[in-house]
Design a protein around this ligand. Structure first.
Ligand SMILES: [Zn+2]
Ligand SMILES: [Zn+2]
Length: 336
């Protein structure tokens, strides 16, 4: 490799986020910019204040809801190519949430892929992850430690169902903390294999569930939690995690609390946060899936961002890859 090459890398880290000078655009920028390419609608990736957003068609409804209807949005179908400057761009499914994308950039015969958040596990609520061959791969590493290995969604959802039934028998309600975008819909889809009892939803979750249904994603029957009649027992309620410890939860009487998250893989996290139950359900790649993806994309250089950057890049180097952390500003995931 020619280290004195005057050529700039196609993608650079700047204080406003990942920037591509050849196309004059940012990817998931931290501040308002002229042109933003957005990998997906979670709030740590889709921020307001930019003049123009390039997004996937499937995320349009969700992003409009979150950033307001007045922004200028250019929706693209997956794999549809378009140019900004002399960079050829396309969005490819990331398997993370509805509309989530990896972004492929091609310029001067060189291909870069920015993964955004992704997972390889079965999730029929969004399009499955696609391996995109590239020369440079910028991967997330939210769960980039060997301890993070997921069971199947069926197995963990069955555990949610059994927990609900056990509490129903003793006349208690259950509130499951579940991020409102992606995680909730995945659990609501998977629960349909075990029951047809309706699940009650917090208002924030309800709005996003409606957007998934509009796009034809089949989910178990749900009711707004506002329909809950005082004194009713044996219900399962899905709510954003913060709602569980708020006054909102009081109307459900004595209840058991649970949390669906990759962080629940670490027992101490559940105890520290005082949840009665933890379910290891994540919309991010686990450790084996991160390694598999790095291998399958065939990149000669891996940049690791967003999470356990040092740990994953060190391991990849030990395995013979050319890898290094990419120091970007990093906010705790909205959705892990
Ligand atoms: Zn995300
Ligand atoms: Zn993220």
């Amino acid at each position: 490799m020619n280290v004195i090459s005057p050529r700039q890398p196609l993608v650079q880290v700047t204080p406003r986020g990942l920037y591509c000078p050849r196309g004059d655009f940012y990817i998931d920028p931290w501040e308002g910019v002229d042109v933003a390419l957005i990998t997906h609608a979670h709030s740590d990736h889709a921020r307001e204040g930019s003049k123009l957003y390039h997004i996937t068609e499937q995320s349009l409804g969700i992003i409009q809801r979150r950033l307001g209807p007045d922004g200028v949005y250019h929706p693209h179908a997956y794999r549809q190519e378009f140019f900004l400057g002399d960079v050829k761009i396309s969005f490819h499914p990331a398997g993370h949430i509805l509309g989530s994308a990896q972004i492929r950039l091609e310029c001067d015969g060189e291909v870069w892929v920015v993964s955004g958040d992704y997972k390889r596990d079965y999730d029929p609520t969004c399009e499955a992850f696609e391996v995109v061959p590239c020369d440079y791969f910028i991967t997330e590493s939210t769960f980039g430690l060997p301890v993070f290995v997921w069971k199947s969604i069926e197995e963990e959802t069955e555990a949610v169902y059994k927990w609900w039934m056990k509490n129903q028998e003793v006349g208690k309600n259950c509130i499951l903390g579940c991020y409102s975008l992606g995680k909730s819909q995945r659990v609501l889809h998977a629960l349909a294999a075990f029951t047809d009892q309706p699940v009650l939803l917090h208002g924030a979750t309800q709005a996003l569930v409606d957007l998934y249904r509009e796009q034809g994603v089949p989910l178990i029957a749900t009711l707004p939690a506002t329909d809950f009649e005082k004194g009713t027992k044996g219900q399962l309620i899905l709510a954003p995690p913060a709602a569980i410890s708020s006054t909102w939860a009081r109307k459900f009487g004595t209840f058991e609390s649970g949390f669906a998250s990759g962080w629940m893989r670490i027992r101490g996290n559940r105890r520290r946060k005082a949840y009665d139950q933890g379910f290891v359900i994540s919309d991010h790649a686990d450790w084996p899936a991160l390694l598999q993806t790095v291998k399958e994309c065939g990149a000669k250089k891996i940049y690791v961002t967003h999470g356990y950057t040092d740990e994953l890049s060190r391991f990849l180097v030990e395995q013979g890859h050319d890898a290094e952390p990419l120091e970007t500003l990093f906010a705790r995931e909205e959705d892990a």
